[in-house]
Design a protein around this ligand. Structure first.
Ligand code: GDP
Length: 195
């Protein structure tokens, strides 16, 4: 798909109802700072449309980007800030849970993890949540430019093990710097769009 238009159509806070969208949705989840905004911008061919580097404690929202009037990218709030209060964590959980449970048009979830770091319990929880709601997330291993080529296969194996992924789950290395992996990710999106 060639991206010709992008529009941040809906921003949902904790109290907002998720939109009753008619076009299909592709969601992006991951820890804060994992490179989610950079990935979304790269997929949209925009430099800084999706917000980058949220500050701890800043309002957590679910952002719906209308892509070409064809589908939505759903930017889920980043998790795992050390300084966030338990109350915030609870709110965050409710929001993601509510979205996964209630969206009628969500077709694909990408779960982002930093290729350099072993997924932690929050990542595992996010993965398991998706599975519980019937989604089989595709993993994106971000910031691949930061590791040596020779390390990659092992790091990917570690990520798969730590998340306990279902056999056959793709792990796509991605770099927002070189844009490597971008076409592979788009192939998965095109596949669900064309299905
Ligand atoms: P978010 O909080 O998940 O939305 O993460 P951001 O996209 O704001 O990225 C967090 C930080 O990581 C920023 O300083 C980015 O420049 C950096 N970053 C994101 N993706 C990459 C990447 O692929 N390679 C490198 N080297 N840095 C990246």
């Amino acid at each position: 798909m060639q991206v010709t238009s992008v529009n941040l159509e809906t921003v949902c806070g904790i109290t907002s109802k998720i939109p009753d969208n008619k076009m299909l949705e592709v969601a992006f989840a991951g820890r804060s700072n994992v490179g989610k905004s950079s990935l979304i911008n790269a997929l949209m061919n925009r430099k800084s449309y999706a917000r980058t580097s949220q500050q701890p404690g800043k309002t957590q929202t679910i952002n719906f980007y209308n892509i070409n009037e064809q589908l939505y990218f759903v930017d889920l709030p980043g998790y795992g800030y050390a300084k966030v209060s338990p109350e915030m964590v609870k709110k965050w959980g409710k929001m993601i849970d509510g979205y996964l449970e209630n969206s009628k048009v969500l077709r694909l979830v990408f779960l982002l993890v930093d290729i350099r770091h072993k997924p932690n319990k929050n990542d595992k929880q996010m993965y398991d949540w998706c599975i519980n709601y019937g989604f089989n997330p595709i993993i994106i291993a971000t910031k691949e430019d930061k590791v040596k080529r020779s390390q990659k296969a092992n790091l990917i194996k570690e990520i798969k093990n730590a998340l306990g992924v279902i056999e056959g789950t793709p792990v796509i290395p991605f770099s927002a710097v070189s844009k490597s992996g971008r076409d592979d990710i788009w192939e998965y999106i095109d596949m669900v769009y064309e299905a």
